[in-house]
Design a protein around this ligand. Structure first.
Ligand SMILES: [Zn+2]
Length: 87
């Protein structure tokens, strides 16, 4: 890695935060709508009764996708509503 002598000391906290955020955004756990569909049922069940059915990586991947995809968020909402309507 190239070093700039002026910046060789402590990086600014903002720069570190940006780096961490960029790494998180490009994590290998990133999933698309099809992959989310496979995890949506256990994810919603976990939300409803608080019992974890996904490993933390999977749950994070689902949350990441829901943060950027309105369609899947609506899907989750519909599924949660349906689960609550069960007798
Ligand atoms: Zn989606």
């Amino acid at each position: 890695m190239r070093r700039n002598r002026m910046d060789a000391r402590d990086p600014a906290p903002e720069q570190l935060l940006e780096l961490v955020a960029a790494l998180a955004a490009t994590a290998a756990s990133e999933i698309d709508c099809d992959q989310l569909a496979e995890r949506i049922a256990p994810f919603v069940e976990s939300l409803e009764d608080g019992r974890t059915r996904l490993c933390s990586d999977e749950a994070r991947a689902v949350e990441q996708h829901l943060a950027v995809c309105v369609e899947c968020r609506e899907e989750v909402d519909a599924l949660r509503a349906a689960l609550r309507d069960l007798p």
